[in-house]
Design a protein around this ligand. Structure first.
Ligand code: HEM
Length: 397
């Protein structure tokens, strides 16, 4: 089936491999107007590195939809990623206070234990599906444990989150997946509302208890903001890291010479992870931004109230910043990818994501002295880029 012209960048065949289309768009002056698939309005897609970087940092672009349009009654209060200063600063400081580098660094041994337990299920000579059995559960267990979600609740928690992700992307959702997304986010919201109250009554040493304490010590949050920021941590904290591990693994499998270099010199791993982030970024385009006034980016006039999409996946292949941008080079340096964003909203979880990925690859390469791709499926999305399944030939018997 051919997609309607209005599908533009969101046409299924383009989403399957958007990089050639990104190259065409970068070469054109100004920005590309992507109509909204439901016919109402659209957004300016920025694809060059300089323009994407500017959009991520430019405070004339708001993250708060209510400043440019009537958003009606919102079902959930907002979190830091859809607010501007001073509300953004207040919420980010509160979460950062509980989410310190020391908390993150202290996780390494535990993350390794989780990775080893998951890989303990690999059977010699048997194919191994690496997404559902490894890339997905690892970050879910890590963020669930950090937040203090009891083990018995993790399966529901993971299903609610993936229902939300699969059905909330307007470019790929169907009425069925959109309905499930709504149910998923409501269930997650209800779950965390209860968990926050439980921890308020009887604090433990988990992140939610720290957030409750920080909220009480550092100043009030609006009702619901604590829960909403927990949901952000859950969703931002694992759906992305899953895809860093999955997309990174696929890049290594498709570039055996780079995989061999990495095996020969394991100290190259941190640089290899930066290159995985650049080459096939988990977040292809940054979240909502709209102009508070008439502005110009990359020669494109953007009218007050118009929406802008910063296409990180396109910026990361801009040849004016990255020589030979389509090559996967684990020693690329410098590597100024935009995969964690830029500016005030720069990813708060970047150190955790990199730690999880480093441990995940160290353990996987150890268990699989040889690795070969058998088959894969993709998860349809215009925002996140990732795999549904990735089958490997098992380690030799
Ligand atoms: C490879 C994994 C990850 C990627 C690629 C990623 C990517 C991003 C990007 C692009 C943004 C900025 C979005 C924008 O400006 O529109 C962002 C923000 C954010 N990320 Fe991540 N992220 C990852 C992992 C994590 C983890 C593990 C956590 C936490 C546990 C996390 C928490 C956040 C938060 C809280 C924000 C909002 C920051 C703010 O608004 O000030 N992320 N992330």
């Amino acid at each position: 089936m051919t997609a309607p012209r209005s599908a533009g960048l969101f046409a299924p065949d383009i989403l399957a491999d958007p990089y050639p289309t990104y190259a065409d768009l970068r070469a054109q002056p100004g920005a590309f107007w992507q109509p909204h698939p439901n016919g109402a309005g659209g957004m300016w897609m920025l694809t060059r590195h300089a323009d994407v970087e500017q959009a991520l940092k430019d405070q004339r672009l708001t993250k708060d939809a209510s400043r440019v349009r009537d958003v009606g009654d919102q079902t959930m209060p907002s979190h830091m990623l859809d607010r501007d200063p001073p509300d953004h600063t207040r919420m980010r400081n509160l979460v950062a206070h509980a989410f310190t580098p020391r908390v993150i660094e202290g996780q390494e041994a535990h993350i390794r234990d989780i990775a080893r337990t998951l890989l303990g299920r690999v059977e010699l000579g048997q194919p191994f599906e690496a997404m559902r059995n490894y890339a997905m559960p690892l970050p879910v267990i890590v963020i669930a444990e950090l937040l203090g979600v009891p083990e018995d609740d993790r399966d529901s928690f993971r299903h609610w989150s993936s229902d939300f992700i699969d059905g909330s992307d307007f470019a790929t959702a169907t009425p069925d997946t959109a309905g499930k997304a709504q149910q998923g986010i409501m269930a997650l919201g209800g779950y965390f509302t209860e968990l926050v109250e439980t921890r308020r009554a009887a604090p433990t040493d988990d992140l939610i208890s720290h957030l409750v304490r920080a909220e009480e010590e550092l100043g009030a949050l609006e009702p619901g903001e604590l829960v909403s920021n927990c949901l952000l941590l859950v969703i931002a904290g694992h759906e992305t890291t899953v895809n860093l591990i999955g997309n990174g693994l696929l890049a290594l499998l498709n570039h055996p010479e780079e995989l061999a270099r990495l095996r020969a010199q394991p100290t190259l791993l941190p640089g290899a992870i930066e290159e995985m982030l650049r080459y096939d970024p988990p977040v292809q385009r940054a979240l909502f931004r709209a102009a508070l006034e008439d502005i110009e980016i990359g020669g494109q006039r953007i009218g007050k109230g118009e929406q802008v999409s910063a296409v990180i996946g396109a910026a990361n292949r801009d040849s004016s910043v990255f020589p030979d941008p389509n090559a996967f080079d684990i020693t690329r340096s410098p590597n100024r990818h935009l995969s964690f964003g830029r500016g005030l909203h720069f990813c708060l979880g970047a150190p955790l994501a990199k730690l999880e990925a480093r441990v995940a690859f160290e353990e996987l390469l150890h268990v699989f002295p040889e690795m070969k791709l058998k088959s894969l499926t993709r998860r349809p999305s215009s925002m996140f880029r990732g795999l549904g399944e990735l089958w490997l030939d098992g380690p030799p018997a």
